[in-house]
Design a protein around this ligand. Sequence first.
Ligand code: GUN
Ligand code: FE
Length: 426
Amino acid sequence: MREDAFVLKGNICYADTKDHLTVMDQGYLVCCQGIIRGVYPVLPEEYKSLPVTDYQDLLIVPGMTDLHIHAPQYPFRGLGMGLELLEWLNTHTFPEESRYKELDYAREAYRIFAEDLKKSATTRAVVFGTVHVPATRYLMEELERTGVITYVGKVNMDQNSTDELREKDAETSLADTAAWLADTAGRYQNTRPILTPRFAPTCSGPLMEGLGKLQREYQLPVQSHLSENLSEIAWVKELFPWSSCYGDVYGHYGLFGGQARTVMAHCVHSSDLEVELMKKNGVYVAHCPQSNINLSSGIAPIRRYLEEGLRVGLGTDMAGGANLSMFRCMADAIGVSKLYWRLADQTRKPLAMEEAFYLATKGGGSFFGKAGSFEEGYEMDALVLDDSGIRSTRALGTKERLERYIYLAEEGGRLAGKYAAGRKVI
Ligand code: GUN
Ligand code: FE
């Protein structure tokens, strides 16, 4: 339910730039028709008639965007972490995703996924489904009911996969995609389609060519994977020998930014040329630190990307990452940036807490437009955090409480409220 206009009161904290948090203790956050009007120390006269929810001493922060997550991989989260990407896909991922041909299985698995996502800190997510149209449609329906705002992709893959999972050919994959788009068009309020070539190795040239056409025809955004793993990059060079870099393969087919809003997961080992191309085309990087640890992929140079002005957000990459929590994701992003600085390049200083928080909120949120901040005109996505279960003898300020919540949410944090586009989710 969306009340047309309301006010939340509490200890408000949000990132307006990547280096700066605005904190307002006992502030008023005003929302009208799903849009933030502002944050005020004293409620302005014009809003005095609005209903106020007083969250007292709790923290109120913007909602978080998981910029890269695989819904069908949720059942095997936390399992099979001993392999690198290509072996992991063949051993764990493709067999699991094959099961979504059975709608009964998909129903049960996606119901659990949607329930858990709803309970998490994620207010927006960019989601991979599987190749299967009925299962993906079911996923969209489940997600729609949660109130979380999502882009959902039916996966395309017509080569280099198992017999069970691979689509018959490019025509079949494209026809299924067009049917899925037609079938789901205008059906949902919170759930939108996104084109999803899985990654270059599993997509033939004709398939990507057709997806480029669909992109232009329907003006759809695009998600995929990029330069995650060294063997993967070498394989892409073998499969597409004409390409100047991995990203150039997508770019060749019109699936790499520019007028096609695009998010690429990982970018751990992107070449200088690839970084240039991402920058020129405004391609988003979905940084997935826990996945990069689990699959021994490496450490993405996020400091460099921020210095060069690339668009960056955070992703869990479930089930490369085992954990749905965007708090854990922020702590991991900070942690791996320290290892990168210490072990790889001492000119790239570690991410500060403010920067990780910015990436999780406004950085990733901008893929959806104006989301992830409490500045005027932003869509109202908010979390109410109760940290009273994280016990300490110290008297902490709001920023310290947020920092501690990032690291200790699982110890005693409680999500006391969650709003997406002005609608109460929890
Ligand atoms: N590259 C292609 N498919 C996948 C996937 O499912 N997970 C990850 N982490 N990388 C991929
Ligand atoms: Fe992924």
